[in-house]
Design a protein around this ligand. Structure first.
Ligand code: CP3
Length: 324
């Protein structure tokens, strides 16, 4: 999940000097911001600082981040002929700043913590390419899907190539694991998920998988799709907070590696409540392999002290299993 960002004064200081995209495009600065949570919170891994939308920008879309609105793509893709507008993309060329930031991170902190790469899954990137912004109902996406399935599939196929290339570039640069964010696929009907999200995520995972580099697959709103998500071929399933890990385990079993799933808003609560909630997540998970995490990204108004407390509470309360 997002762990760097606007809740940290140290991040805000750098953001006063440059825009969010300039920061993504400048490997030295992106590496600096990536390390902040390691130093300030004491987390166990470093997520490279970037955004899932950079491949769309690299393929020629006009990407901007507007304060209060989030990402905006002013020239959305809504027809089969729009798909042809997307330019050829080589992750090491047009988005070379991302593997460059990873190489710097490996040099600077690779001995202290694993470096985690990431990308958006094809369906979720398609949502942004089609809607042009974060949406509540994904109406334009579903309209394109229903009205022109051939054009829609052409878009997803382009995105499989782009995402697989981007994750491979990050692994080759030294990322120890990678996360694939299918943030908006939880919104689909189950059979639509099986048709339009799962197979394209599977293809990406097949292409990037290699020994020793785990792949994490995350859906926001995963409840109801767990049996399918478990078929994606990922090593770790990222779980949001809307379902208990005990219910997840009753579907995916005790051997699946789960990541999650504390509600980020828990970090507004006092320290003793945070402790109780951490314990509740650990208890719900039981004895199966588990990576403690939030169930979605950290929010800009979370007090840093509470995020620090969370990390120390997890370290204090979790029993390490030497076999995992
Ligand atoms: O340190 C880290 O955690 C890595 C950085 C990271 C960002 N985005 C930085 C960011 C990661 C892993 C992402 C992934 C991402 N981006 C996702 C998938 C994960 C998820 O949250 O579901 C999605 C859907 C996006 C698209 C995106 N980017 C949105 C919706 C927004 C606006 C969010 C908001 O709260 O306004 C962004 C902007 C963004 N990406 C910020 C950061 C730190 C805020 C930018 C700023 O103003 O400084």
């Amino acid at each position: 999940m997002r762990q760097a960002g606007r809740y940290l004064p140290e991040y805000q200081a750098i953001r006063r000097e440059m825009s969010f995209l300039e920061l993504c495009h400048t490997p030295e600065k992106a590496a600096e911001v990536s390390i902040q949570p390691l130093d300030i919170l004491g987390v166990d891994g470093v997520i490279v600082f970037c955004d899932i939308l950079v491949p769309l920008e690299a393929m020629g879309m006009d990407l901007r981040f507007e304060t209060g609105k989030g990402p905006v793509l002013s020239d959305p893709i809504r027809t089969g002929s729009d798909v042809k507008r997307l330019k050829a993309y080589d992750a090491n060329v047009e988005t070379g700043y991302l593997p460059a930031a990873i190489r710097m991170l490996v040099n600077e902190v690779g001995h202290r913590a694993p470096i985690i790469g990431f990308a958006g899954a094809p369906y979720t990137l398609a949502c942004y390419a089609i809607e042009g912004q974060t949406s509540r109902h994904y109406g334009s996406t579903k309209q394109f899907m229903m009205a022109d399935p051939v054009g829609f599939e052409a878009l997803l196929t382009r995105l499989v190539d782009a995402v697989a290339d981007l994750l491979t570039a990050q692994i080759e640069a030294g990322a120890s694991m990678v996360q694939l964010f299918d943030t908006w696929a939880g919104d689909l009907m189950p059979d639509q998920y099986r048709q339009w999200a799962l197979p394209f995520a599977q293809r990406v995972i097949e292409r990037v998988r290699r020994p020793g580099v785990p792949v994490v697959y995350f859906l926001n709103g995963v409840a109801g799709k767990l049996a399918d998500v478990n078929q994606a071929g990922a090593d770790v399933l990222g779980i949001d907070w809307r379902i208990g890990l005990d219910d997840v385990r009753s579907i995916v079993g005790n051997n699946a590696v789960l990541q999650g799933n504390l509600d980020p808003c828990t970090l507004y609560a006092p320290e003793e409540v945070i402790d109780q909630r951490v314990q509740a997540v650990l208890d719900a998970n039981g004895t199966g392999p588990h990576v403690f995490n939030l169930g979605h990204g950290i929010l800009p108004t979370i007090p840093v002290k509470h995020a620090q407390h969370l990390v120390s509470a997890v370290k204090r309360l979790s029993v390490k299993n030497p076999d995992v």
